[in-house]
Design a protein around this ligand. Structure first.
Ligand code: ZN
Ligand code: ZN
Ligand code: ZN
Length: 89
């Protein structure tokens, strides 16, 4: 993992977003079974809970090198967050 990249705060175009986000492969957090405030990995479809719970999505993002996540359920109000850019994208 490149720490220089992680610390960079300037706003640049996020290059991590996949052209076609993966579909969620679970209805619950794959690590703890939580059913709310879930996030999906746009690279592989991993479903994990948010930071206010056990942070399994964040754990996946850093453990796998898949930095871009979307909030579930997927709908118009869903947000996309990039852990690498550390902002909404
Ligand atoms: Zn990014
Ligand atoms: Zn979890
Ligand atoms: Zn992933």
């Amino acid at each position: 993992m490149n720490t220089q990249m992680m610390l960079r705060t300037e706003q640049r175009e996020c290059t991590h977003r996949p052209a076609r986000p993966a579909t969620p492969r679970s209805q619950t957090c794959e690590s703890c079974g939580s059913q709310f405030n879930l996030r999906v990995c746009t690279d592989c479809g991993f479903v994990g809970c948010c930071e206010s719970q056990s942070g399994h999505n964040r754990e996946h993002a850093f453990g796998s090198g898949h930095p871009v996540i979307k909030s579930l359920p997927l709908r118009n109000g869903s947000f996309t967050w990039c852990y690498e850019c550390n902002r909404y994208v």
